[in-house]
Write a protein that binds this ligand. Structure first.
Ligand code: MF3
Ligand code: CO
Length: 301
């Protein structure tokens, strides 16, 4: 069953999503060479707890940690450990979920640690662009398949592999609700998108093959060819004025800002080269923007 959420429910999800974005930003800052992935997990746990949230991942299907941290050829669901050190040149996916008053938010971003080369930088930029294209397709009256078609069309420009074994999902009072949200088409098919639907959209793009393997730990997913993978995720709500990404102050009393935030609007900029470390106050859109989709839409990278 797909549930459409009302304003008070979405406001709770927005609070959860804001906590996730702030905690993710702290994780980004902690991703320095020599830190262990366990160190980053602790930052994530503290980031959620200190803001009054509850971590969504611990215990989910017996998942042991707060954060999923997936490095280089790891696609998603890498488990933090004291045995894994971050190194300069790593491409790191950080995936985090939080709960506020029973309502979930789920988000992910991928970053470069130090210089990673043009190919990796472009993969990061375009995986984010794929997420933004998917967000823009969350239009009331459209179809779930439109989201995947939009995501996939960005990957096709570069011949990236689009992971098919893992998909986005509805989200609300559980982390994974119906419907599934694939990162591929066809468009024009699937469930009709209605006002109040809350969806986690999460493209995974690979430099090489779309094929993935599961590690023996039963969680870590990695590319079959060992090439790089990137992952970005937003929790999004379909409104009459267009898609609103949660966690960026875009859904509030008297304020609705549709469209996908640019990478420069995240609490800490995503790319190591160059560093656009914009303070979040300076980077956020002007307050009190009218609920007009066209006037307030943010350009997609
Ligand atoms: N964002 C991830 C997903 O939707 C959540 C990680 S699952 C967990 O699949 F088990 F790690 F919690
Ligand atoms: Co998710």
């Amino acid at each position: 069953m797909i549930t459409c959420k009302g304003r008070s429910e979405i406001l709770r999800m927005e609070r959860a999503a804001l906590i996730v974005q702030e905690a993710l930003a702290e994780c980004v800052l902690a991703c320095v060479p020599g830190a262990t992935t366990e160190d980053i997990d602790r930052v994530a746990a503290q980031g959620i707890k200190s803001r009054g949230g509850k971590a969504a991942f611990p215990g989910y299907r017996n998942y042991p940690k707060t954060l999923c941290i997936s490095i280089n050829d790891e696609v998603v669901h890498g488990i933090p450990t004291t045995r894994r050190k971050i190194r300069s040149g790593d491409v790191i996916g950080l995936d985090l979920g939080a709960i506020i008053e029973g309502y979930y938010a789920d988000a992910a971003r991928s970053i470069a640690v130090g210089p990673v080369g043009a190919e990796a930088e472009e993969l990061l930029r375009l995986t984010h662009a794929g997420l933004c294209a998917g967000v823009e397709a969350v239009q009331v009256g459209g179809r779930i398949g439109d989201i995947g078609a939009a995501v996939e069309s960005v990957a096709r420009r570069k011949g990236y592999g689009v992971v098919r074994e893992f998909v986005g999902h509805g989200i609300g009072t559980a982390m994974h609700e119906e419907p599934q949200v694939p990162n591929y088409g066809p468009g024009g098919k699937g469930t009709i998108i209605r006002e109040g639907m809350t969806l986690a959209i999460e493209p995974m793009f690979n430099l090489g093959t779309s094929q993935v393997n599961m590690d023996r730990d039963g969680w870590t997913v990695r590319t079959k060819d060992g090439k790089l993978s990137a992952h970005f995720e937003h929790t999004v709500v379909a409104t009459a004025h267009g898609p609103v990404v949660l966690g960026f102050g875009r859904y509030a009393e008297g304020r609705l800002v549709p469209g996908a935030p640019a990478l420069s609007e995240y609490p800490v900029a995503a790319s190591a080269t160059p560093q656009h470390a914009v303070p979040s106050s300076a980077a956020s859109p002007s307050p009190g923007v009218a609920a007009s989709a066209s006037a307030s839409r943010t350009a997609v990278a």
